[in-house]
Design a protein around this ligand. Structure first.
Ligand code: GAL
Length: 409
């Protein structure tokens, strides 16, 4: 604990501005739910406390709405001081166009290469050997969140995996509850499908397709089973009519729905609502079938501003986002995992502890943002929207999905 304090004081002193005047930086992001807002407030608090000024540029409507706005501001000559993206390929074209600030000196001065774990997080920030983003968290999307009360009221045990969840759904349905809460935004059904891939197809098939790009496996039996599971999930979500992911989480929090497939950021909502992991709700990593974490996440990128004072503040913010203090404060509120293993997360709840344990054990895979281009991901999102909102057969969806993947090879 003592070492941690000293280390973070040192980091803070390195980050302090040389002049007393506060430099304002507008920071854009899509963190607008209760839990997300609480988490981002920790970033703002730390930046302001170190002598600069965070001007919050939250964009409502989720990443799908926010990202085009962020990108067009940067390409259109109205750049912000810093912006969230999922690290991977979302900002690649901006970097390649020379619009983003090179943070290699900050990364070297603060030893990011030795600190950031897993190293793939920093690799995803690196283009041609230079570092262009400051990773802030690992977000794992493959969780099933369950309302314990729904099952207690039915007098049946809380499911321990996806198969039990599906088997219990008719009883949930008969009791007038929604078996599976799912928001209408395209990325949410895509996320649910992604979680099913590792859970149902298993790690070997997942890797063959997503890392080795083996299209025979993509078209094969393991993935046919994934599409069948998605068809089951589609039935279970028929009664869910909400739009935003946090509205769907709220259906679980208020025991109107039995479960939701969502990323670890759902934890922030349970926390804000005062719910306790293990008591009020249950979280099943890998849908309780295969406990793997895909290590994508959020990172901040800094558009070039042609203003030395702002640039210095951008670099101070970049260093601070990775610092131990900020990593602890932010991730405890967000429900995500820190990007460094050398910090004390004793205050983590049961779900976060599970994530930390799996991460430390090395059961990790790269995220979709790192494996597939935004174009392929967009095509798959569109496919998922069509599939979840129609009676498209699992076989037809499967065939179209393989075609989409092939377009990205
Ligand atoms: C993701 C983001 C997460 C989470 C989620 C829902 O793209 O990486 O941090 O907040 O969107 O808003």
């Amino acid at each position: 604990m003592k070492t941690l304090k000293i280390a973070s004081m040192l980091a803070a002193s390195v980050a302090l501005p040389l002049t007393a005047s506060a430099t304002e930086l507008e920071v854009t992001h899509w963190w607008t739910s209760g839990g997300e807002a609480a988490a981002v407030a920790e970033l703002a608090k730390a930046f302001d406390a170190s002598g600069d000024k965070w001007i919050d540029g939250a964009i409502a409507g989720g990443g799908g709405t926010a990202r085009p706005i962020m990108i067009s501001r940067i390409t259109g000559g109205d750049p912000m001081g810093a912006t969230q993206f999922n690290h991977g390929q979302q900002a690649l074209e901006l970097v390649e166009a020379g619009l983003m600030l090179d943070l290699t000196d900050v990364a070297e001065a603060n030893n990011w290469k030795d600190i950031v774990y897993p190293p793939s997080l920093l690799d995803a920030c690196t283009v041609d050997g230079k570092i262009y983003c400051a990773p802030v968290n690992i977000h794992s999307p493959e969780w099933l969140w369950l309302s314990n009360k729904v099952y207690e009221d039915l007098g049946i045990p809380v499911p321990t995996n996806w198969n039990e969840f599906v088997a219990s759904a008719p009883q949930v349905d008969a009791a007038g509850k929604i078996p599976l809460a799912l928001g209408n935004q395209p990325w949410q059904s895509n996320l649910a499908f992604g979680a099913m891939q590792i859970a149902v197809a298993g790690l070997d098939a997942w890797k063959a397709v997503n890392v080795d790009k083996n299209m025979d496996v993509a078209a094969g039996a393991e993935y046919a089973a994934v599409f069948q599971a998605a068809a089951d999930a589609r039935e279970l979500a028929r009664k869910s009519t909400v739009q935003d992911w946090n509205q769907a989480t709220n259906l679980v929090i208020t025991d109107q729905a039995a479960g939701q497939i969502m990323g670890d950021w759902a934890q922030g909502e349970f926390q804000v609502a005062g719910e306790v992991a293990g008591k009020d709700y249950t979280c099943l990593l890998g849908l309780g079938l295969n406990e793997y974490i895909s290590t994508g996440g959020d990172a901040f990128y800094f558009p070039k501003l042609d203003d030395p004072e702002k640039e210095a503040a951008q670099k101070r913010l970049a260093a601070q986002l990775v610092s131990p203090e900020v990593q602890v404060a932010f991730n405890l509120k967000k429900g995500s995992l820190p990007i460094r293993g050398d910090i004390d997360l004793a205050a983590a709840n049961d779900c976060m502890k599970k994530g930390l344990e799996v991460l430390a054990g090395g059961n990790i895979v790269p995220s979709g943002d790192m494996n597939w281009s935004p174009d392929v991901q967009k095509q798959n999102e569109d496919l998922m929207v069509e599939f979840w909102k129609s009676d498209m057969s699992p076989a037809d969806a499967h065939a179209k999905w393989v075609e989409n993947l092939k377009s990205g090879l």
